[in-house]
Design a protein around this ligand. Structure first.
Ligand code: FAD
Length: 372
């Protein structure tokens, strides 16, 4: 079976790798360099307690399955590539700075095996830099993170070592369709026919020509900016910490602070306002950070969708599969999405119910410029 994957972010690379392992002949077409889209801009958290508050929702079940797959997925990529992807179980704290939020977090911990509510002294014992106005924290010791930039590099190596073809600096500009099926994709340099196509082009997944409105995914770019701070004398926090509308992630001697969320079309410029907002929110959570140096600032575009849920599975063109719209959770969801798309491509029964993520649920929804 010949497969063409469009986009070499975490989605396209992990799907391409899984399909290659299953014996398919896979080409990934990337318009720029692999892993330099949202995957590069990400914070790399495999975050469920802060991101997904509704237990038993379709996205919670997808997240739980993916979390279970992650340790083996990371180990397998490292073995195949020889590159350390920085998978670490650091644990997460969600801190409360109001009585109401503390009550809400305490309630979430009740009856849970993983979640524990910590009082202010216990929270500060875990993270001594936390501000004195922190009223408690929800703690999950099992949450993990990965170095998203190393991960993309490792996936590209693993995919190619498995025999996959990765073409960079080659954008897909058009689908050629015939009789309800995709026949080929065109780039400025060549035409690529295949049996199955996987559209995993991140925030840009809706821009390729040749698809009718029933088929083209209504993907909305959602900009996110982050900064990194470098410690002067203090040691880095040990956990991922959420609070005050931001999160803090210790990585490689720096503290990542994220992230803004704004819908401004495809504008991915960094702004001073976002850096100041992130910095001041971080300092309010940990006043010692006022002495740390601003080490980096970047922006990226998340692939959003009209209902904030991912699009995973067959489009209205039977042999065009979509893997997009992961919004804030594309790193978290990656192993489960890779399996789901592999199984769909091979006509194997899915390991989970993907109905909520059916790409056809928006059929014919025409996005206007105000949606973007
Ligand atoms: C600031 C920020 C923080 C984040 N933090 C987290 C987090 O902590 N945890 C988490 O789970 N998620 C996080 N996310 C979300 C996550 O990064 C994304 O959901 C995920 O990276 C999407 O992966 P992707 O492969 O679909 O897209 P991308 O990584 O954007 O890859 C898409 C690729 O397709 C290519 N492409 C586009 N058009 C074409 C074309 N026509 N032809 C060929 N190639 C094309 C692009 O160049 C790009 O390389 C964050 C995102 C941002 C911006």
């Amino acid at each position: 079976m010949k497969v063409v994957v469009i986009g070499a972010g975490i989605a396209g690379l992990s799907i391409g790798w899984r399909l290659k392992q299953a014996g398919a002949d896979v080409t990934v077409l990337e318009r720029a360099q692999p892993g330099r889209g949202a995957t590069w801009a990400s914070a790399g958290m495999i975050a469920t307690i802060a991101e997904i508050e509704t237990p038993d929702s379709p996205q919670a079940l997808l997240a739980q399955r993916s979390v279970r797959l992650w340790p083996h997925f990371a180990a397998e990529i490292e073995e195949a590539s020889g590159i350390d992807v920085g998978y670490r179980v650091d644990g997460t704290l969600i801190v409360a700075r109001s009585e109401e939020h503390a009550r809400f977090l305490r309630h979430r911990a009740e009856g849970s095996q993983e979640l524990e509510f910590l009082g202010p002294a216990e929270a500060r014992a875990l993270e001594p830099l936390l501000a004195m106005d922190v009223l408690g924290a929800l703690f999950d010791a099992t949450e993990a993170q990965v170095d998203n930039r190393m991960l993309a590099r490792a996936l590209a190596v693993a995919f190619q070592r498995a025999g996959g073809v990765l073409k960079t600096n080659e954008a897909v500009v058009r689908f050629e369709t015939e009789g309800g099926r995709a026949r080929a994709v065109r780039t400025p340099f060549a035409q690529y026919p295949a049996d199955v196509f996987v559209l995993a082009a991140g925030a840009w997944s809706g821009l390729i020509e040749g698809l009718t409105p029933e088929v083209a995914p209504p993907i909305i770019p959602v900009k996110g900016e982050m900064i990194a701070l470098a410690a002067e004398r203090d040691s880095l926090p040990h956990h991922m910490i959420w609070g005050n509308d931001i999160y803090l992630v210790p990585r490689g001697g720096r503290l990542l602070v994220g992230a803004t969320v704004s819908r401004e079309g495809f504008d991915s410029r960094m702004t001073q306002a976002a850096a100041v907002w992130l910095y001041s929110r971080a300092v309010a959570l940990m006043s010692a950070l006022a002495n740390w140096q601003l080490a980096d600032h970047w922006a990226g575009l998340r692939p959003g969708s009209p209902d904030d849920l991912p699009l995973i599975g067959r489009s209205a063109l039977a042999n065009l599969l979509i893997a997009s719209g992961q919004f804030r959770n594309g790193i978290l969801f990656a192993p489960a999405i890779a399996e789901a798309i592999r199984d769909t491509a091979l006509d194997e029964p899915p390991k989970e119910d993907l109905a909520a993520f059916n790409p056809c649920r928006f059929a014919g929804l025409a996005l206007t410029t105000t949606d973007l």
